[in-house]
Design a protein around this ligand. Structure first.
Ligand code: ZN
Length: 233
């Protein structure tokens, strides 16, 4: 009985995580708060990843590896940035490029070009630099609070806008506030998303609610490396 319980608990833990770490950043800049990682700390994290042999991949590549058995590189990791703030272009992109790294940027389509947010030219620059662009909905609502019709609008409108602006398919979604339920996952799939990311609370190994590890200005280097140690083989 104890052994069965242990096996079930272990299986539960394994289901709860995707096969590779997916990090959830927002901004990088001068501040150190629950939204912003200071640039020096961010660069230390990227250098640690590089020196420990991590390879950045996209959510598209993760979906391909699951659905078409296209193998991922050893020590693969996905870096994601929510909200599409201006520092994505000005600070994050140069830091990634210096190290030959890639990331996924989730854009709130109604805020593109507003003060503090990246403009469409900037989103295209990110995409042209090999970064993956995903939707973070049209207006960033908490989706489980909305009617089915409103959820559909948020998911479909943002995806079609991104595809029209970028002239390339958009497969990835980040749920605002990492808030998701089974109904929202079904809506995401129906809206054409292949892969979607959530946070620690609602995240799992499921392609439509992938668990992400938050990284913010309070994250100490020991915490950062401890989170990744779980995935090291
Ligand atoms: Zn957000």
């Amino acid at each position: 009985m104890m052994r069965l319980l242990c096996v079930l608990l272990l299986a539960g833990c394994m289901r709860a995580r995707p096969e590779l770490p997916i990090l959830n950043y927002h901004s990088v800049g001068d501040a150190a708060d629950d939204y912003t990682v200071p640039l020096a700390a961010f660069e230390e994290q990227l250098d640690w990843l590089a020196s420990h042999g991590f390879h950045t991949v996209s959510l598209h590549e993760l979906a391909e590896s699951r659905q078409r058995r296209a193998p991922l590189p050893d020590k693969a990791i996905i870096l994601t940035f929510d909200d599409g703030k201006a520092d994505a272009l000005a600070i994050v992109l140069p830091a990634l490029r210096r190290r030959g790294m890639r990331a996924t940027f989730f854009v709130i389509t109604s805020l593109v070009g507003r003060a503090g947010y990246v403009a469409w030219d900037g989103v295209r620059t990110l995409a042209d630099a090999g970064m993956e662009i995903g939707s973070h909905t049209a207006t960033h609502p908490r989706l489980p609070d909305l009617s089915d019709a409103r959820v559909q609008y948020e998911l479909v409108e943002s995806r079609l806008t991104l595809q029209a602006e970028l002239h390339r398919p958009v497969e990835a979604l980040a749920y605002p506030y990492n808030s998701v339920r089974a109904r929202i996952e079904k809506a995401a799939s129906a809206a054409g998303y292949r892969v979607a990311v959530a946070g620690v609370e609602h995240g799992s190994a499921d392609l439509l609610s992938l668990r992400r590890v938050p990284v913010n200005g309070m994250t100490r280097m020991e915490q950062f490396t401890a989170e990744l140690a779980v995935f090291q083989r």
